[in-house]
Design a protein around this ligand. Structure first.
Ligand code: FES
Length: 198
């Protein structure tokens, strides 16, 4: 299922972030396109090196994309409204309590996150691995009459809420994956590793 309107307001809110390997000394959070971002060396990537990003410029309602092990990771900062709405829609979700093993234990909570205001998700639809599109707006959309914000997969129409929880009755069988991650400081997010602050 495709949205009738090909324009995507959510895309305008994307922030693209550079990534760096922990310990590599690279600049964190430089605003360069995702596809040319600083990536781990092939050897480090093969070893699953963590990626690090500065989220200080990620404003409420925005998403940035971090590369980790060659995969895009979505990082979203909630608005006050989206936080308020997050668990008012659970009857439409397939696994609202995250019972399936799609997240680390520290993200098995109602926000599926370490910090309530920041969501970290693998940008992979759990149906056939397309990249779900970020739709933060609330209200009527081309694909839902009562959208609360979240992700819509353009390949076959799966829907996920802003915590990556899958809606019932769509092709995707499970919630989006939450990768291992922790915060090195208030602004520095490390993806690919559990940390002492997790
Ligand atoms: S790959 Fe997302 S719905 Fe099929």
């Amino acid at each position: 299922m495709q949205p009738k309107n090909p324009s995507n307001p959510g895309r305008r809110k994307f922030l693209i972030a550079a990534t760096s390997v922990v310990g590599a000394g690279a600049v964190v959070g430089a605003a360069v396109p995702f596809l040319t971002s600083i990536s781990p060396s092939a050897k480090a990537e093969a070893a699953g090196a963590p990626s690090k990003a500065d989220i200080s410029k990620l404003r409420k309602g925005e998403m940035m994309v971090i590369e980790w092990r060659g995969k895009p990771i979505y990082v979203v900062r909630h608005t006050d409204k989206s936080l308020e709405l997050l668990n008012q829609n659970i009857e439409r979700l397939s696994d609202p309590d995250s019972q399936q093993d799609q997240q680390p234990d520290y993200a098995k909570n109602e926000n599926r996150s370490i910090r309530p205001d920041v969501v970290v998700l693998e940008a992979v639809c759990t149906h056939l691995s397309c990249a779900p599109t970020f739709y933060p707006q609330i209200g009527v959309t081309d694909f839902d009459d009562d959208w609360q914000g979240g992700f819509f997969c353009p390949c076959h129409g799966s829907k996920f809420d802003l915590a990556g929880r899958v809606y019932s009755g769509v092709p995707a069988p499970t919630n989006m994956l939450v990768p291992p991650h922790y915060y090195e400081s208030d602004d520095i997010l490390v993806i690919g590793q559990d940390g002492a602050k997790a």
